[in-house]
Write a protein that binds this ligand. Structure first.
Ligand SMILES: Nc1ncnc2c1ncn2[C@@H]1O[C@H](COP(=O)(O)OP(=O)(O)O)[C@@H](O)[C@H]1O
Ligand SMILES: [Mg+2]
Length: 340
């Protein structure tokens, strides 16, 4: 049985259905990353799990307990938002102690827990500072610490890094992953960022217009997108519709193919064709070659179709010339067949 179980959950606002009969499972100690376009219902789902909005039907179970009707403060769920709502008139320490004081914990215990989380999050030097004196990254670290200090059963993070600049964002992302490893919390994390989703998630759930179109491990989402929307989210696929597949590869398919640029092999046109049926191939003309760092991106054309091919930028990598004829091959197991 999963630690978090969302069953047939439905939420409407007046006549608008935000989501209908959705299901999600999260295992204990894992991060489930929720991604999807703006307005698809991510925040509403988190709010329903937190108990901040009541679903119209369905059930939410947390650690084997039905919490659907339980008040927010009794669910043991912590939330962190994009905009850190810290108390401006309190120091970092006081902000961290606040929730524990509300719970009427004994003073020494509060002290111990606050010190522990300050240590854990590296906030020692800022313990006596007020929020106004903190950088955005520090504020968000305090917001996270404030949620963690209450030892929630489940942590809900709604785009917590979105307001930060790229460098801080990456650093906090790494820290969060380390924290999860050290503390072992269970979380649902919402983001727009592809890299963040794949790096942080033990599981990635892709939401679209109030339903999940794919839920899977990052590698699965990355390599086997269920449809075009998922492929677009995880970026940079070659998409071949059935007609194109037939023309270029003389293969028959009813669904479109999605193929990663790095999953395509390119070789000089005189290389021996693959004939054992484990790959498809076609002739192309190289139209551009770009060094992207670790990868060399080749833009090629086969008939009227542009195909992106990435090779690892090894020191001995043979560079193709613009206008050179070449042959590309795609291993059949590198082809993701998509539903839509
Ligand atoms: N309190 C509310 N009243 C009416 N409609 C709302 C309310 N909150 C959210 N919605 C609507 O529900 C949909 C999903 O919103 P939201 O969950 O915030 O999406 P996301 O977080 O994925 O961007 C949107 O169409 C939004 O306008
Ligand atoms: Mg939102």
């Amino acid at each position: 049985m999963s630690y978090v179980e969302i069953r047939e959950l439905t939420k409407r606002f007046d006549t608008t259905t935000v989501f209908e009969n959705i299901n999600l499972d999260v295992d204990e100690g894992k991060i489930c990353v929720l991604v999807g376009p703006s307005g698809c219902g991510k925040t509403t789902l988190l709010r329903a799990v937190a108990g901040l909005t009541q679903p119209d039907s369905g059930m939410i179970r947390l650690d084997q307990r039905d919490v659907t009707k339980v008040e927010a403060k009794n669910r043991g769920v912590g939330m962190v938002f994009q905009h850190y709502a810290l108390f401006p008139n309190m120091t970092v320490e006081q902000n961290l102690a606040f929730g524990l004081e509300q719970k009427k914990l004994p003073r020494p215990e509060i002290r111990k827990k606050v010190d522990g989380v300050i240590e854990l999050m590296g906030l020692g030097p800022r313990a006596k500072a007020r929020p106004a004196a903190l950088s955005g990254g520090q504020k968000q670290r305090v917001a996270l610490a404030r949620a963690l200090v209450l030892e929630p059963k489940l942590l809900l993070l709604d785009e917590p890094l979105s307001a930060l600049d790229a460098q801080i964002r990456k650093r906090l992302r790494d820290e969060l992953k380390r924290l999860q490893h050290d503390v072992g919390f269970t979380a649902i994390f919402v983001t727009h960022d592809q890299e963040e989703a794949l790096m942080l998630g033990d599981q990635v759930a892709i939401m679209q217009a109030g339903r999940f179109v794919q839920i899977g491990a990052p590698a699965e989402i990355y390599n086997r997108p269920a449809n075009l929307a998922v492929a677009n989210f995880v970026g940079d696929f070659n998409i071949f519709d059935p007609g194109t597949v037939k023309r270029l590869f003389a293969a028959v398919t009813e669904t479109s193919w999605a193929v990663r640029p790095e999953a395509i092999d390119i070789a000089p046109a005189d290389r021996k064709p693959v004939i054992n049926g484990t790959a498809v191939e076609t002739e192309v003309t190289v139209t551009a070659v770009q060094i992207l760092g670790a990868m060399v991106r080749h833009y090629t054309r086969a008939q009227d179709v542009t195909i992106k091919v990435d090779l690892l930028n090894k020191p001995d990598q043979r560079l193709f010339q613009i206008g050179e004829k070449a042959r590309i091959s795609i291993a059949k197991n590198a082809i993701a067949e998509m539903n839509e």
